[in-house]
Design a protein around this ligand. Structure first.
Ligand code: STR
Length: 417
């Protein structure tokens, strides 16, 4: 395979290697191939080899294994210069010092305030604001209907809502939301040339650094200001660490919740009897949210962790220095964990709450409760306001964005009824 992305030429991916498609042409097919490739599978990410774990139990075990770390300097292919900043996925790993890239005691130090700010109890305080954003965006949806009645539920509703919420939490002014949406879209898309991606990441670093300096000078009641202030008796985070946490929060809070809301709407519209059950009160919205999280995970693959020692998993050995991806979408479809019908969307499934889509262990998603609150407000509000909501095109015509790690669609054209 001709690989322009790495410094050294890569050999053909070996037999049994699943080549991850940057264009995401057939996500269900690829998810099934990964599952069939074994508990641990070899994958090819744009010419770069890695392991991926495709089963619930083994992923859980690996996510607790301290021999796997997030520090990119533990990666053999990085140390040897085979992988460089020219590789399009590098921004998913080499993202600056933050709770996303550090382990152990330092990780706890970086993450404590964020997780404390996002507990279900603390989130109750911002529920009214999320409801207000939702109502405003539902009005916008109504107003954005074209002559033919069609409106894009993604760009008008599912995308701005999480941006408004994470923007409010972190203290990012509304006037910057469109810029951030545009930049993250380009960051995640495999169609963006790498020089452009590196340039936009540098621009974002300047933007976030300015924001952190502004909040240092004039603290407000947002989480960015809280991150700047030292813990009682503790070491304050450095500017770089606050910036790292801020950008991780905005990127994660924005991108993943779009997927959750849209994937839930899509699942319900293509399973009308289950939608009827929910609307009749025979099943809860929480069941819809959990089953969507399991069945159509917003994060397809989580990059990456590195082995600091050889790690044996079944018949395979992850060698010291090798990279490990967690393929959450395959894990949600684990028949050993969810039963032989794991590929079916079923909100009454007994295991629907036993997914691991937010991860496990020390790095478990600190925004999990927030995303549940957002989706738990957005979904019922949408279907209450527009009970006749339906897709404006056949479901097969909905296309995925060319994004390798996130499960997101190009657009979601609907008729509001
Ligand atoms: C995007 C680029 C950046 O500036 C910072 C981060 C750190 C957090 C990452 C984010 C990334 C990409 C999407 C992630 C998020 C954490 C959760 C989210 C991986 C690399 C998920 O998809 C689970």
């Amino acid at each position: 395979m001709n690989c322009p992305h790495t410094a050294a030429a890569q050999t053909d991916p070996g037999a049994g290697t699943v080549v991850i498609d940057p264009m995401v042409q057939d996500l269900d097919g690829e998810t099934a191939r990964l599952r069939d490739a074994g508990v641990l599978a070899r994958i090819d990410l744009l010419g770069v080899p890695a392991w991926t774990v495709t089963r619930h139990a083994e992923a859980r075990q690996l996510l607790l294994d301290q021999r796997l770390v997030k520090d990119i300097d533990a990666w053999g292919l990085w140390q040897s210069g085979v992988v460089t900043r020219a590789w399009p996925l590098i921004g998913m790993i080499d993202a600056g010092r933050s709770m996303f890239t550090v382990d152990g005691a330092e990780h706890r130090r970086l993450r404590t305030k964020t997780s404390q700010a996002l507990t279900p109890r603390r989130l109750e305080a911002i529920r009214p604001e999320i409801e207000k954003f939702t109502d405003e965006l539902l009005d916008a949806l109504d107003a954005a209907r074209g002559e033919d009645g069609v409106v894009d539920l993604k760009s008008v509703f599912a995308q701005p809502l999480p941006m408004k919420v994470v923007g409010m939490l972190m203290g990012v002014d509304e006037s910057q939301h469109a810029m951030l949406t545009r930049q993250y879209k380009a960051f995640f898309s495999m169609l963006t040339p790498q020089e452009e991606r590196l340039a936009l990441l540098a621009e974002l670093d300047v933007f976030y650094t300015d924001l952190v300096r502004e909040k240092t000078a004039r603290p407000t009641d947002d989480l960015t200001s809280a991150l700047i202030l030292a813990e009682e008796g503790g070491e304050p985070l450095t500017e770089e660490e606050v910036v790292g946490n801020l950008k991780a929060m905005v990127a994660a809070g924005h991108e993943t919740t779009i997927g959750l809301v849209l994937n839930a709407v899509r699942a319900l519209l293509s399973h009308p009897d289950q939608l009827r059950m929910v609307l009749a009160g025979e099943a809860g919205w929480d069941a819809v949210i959990e089953e969507t999280l399991r069945w159509d995970t917003p994060t397809t693959h989580l990059l990456m962790r590195f082995a600091t020692e050889d790690i044996t998993v079944g018949d395979d050995v992850i060698r010291k220095g090798e990279g490990v991806v967690v393929s959450y979408r395959a894990i949600g479809r684990d028949v050993g964990h969810h039963g032989p019908d794991a590929d079916a969307f079923d909100i009454t499934r007994p295991t629907r709450n036993r997914h691991m889509t937010f991860g496990h262990g020390p790095h478990i998603c600190p925004g999990a409760a927030l995303s549940r609150v957002e989706a738990g407000i957005a979904l019922p509000a949408l279907f209450t306001r527009f009970p006749g909501l339906r897709l404006a095109v056949p479901d097969e015509e909905i296309t995925k964005l060319p994004v390798m790690t996130q499960n997101d669609m190009t657009a979601f054209p609907v008729l509001l009824g």
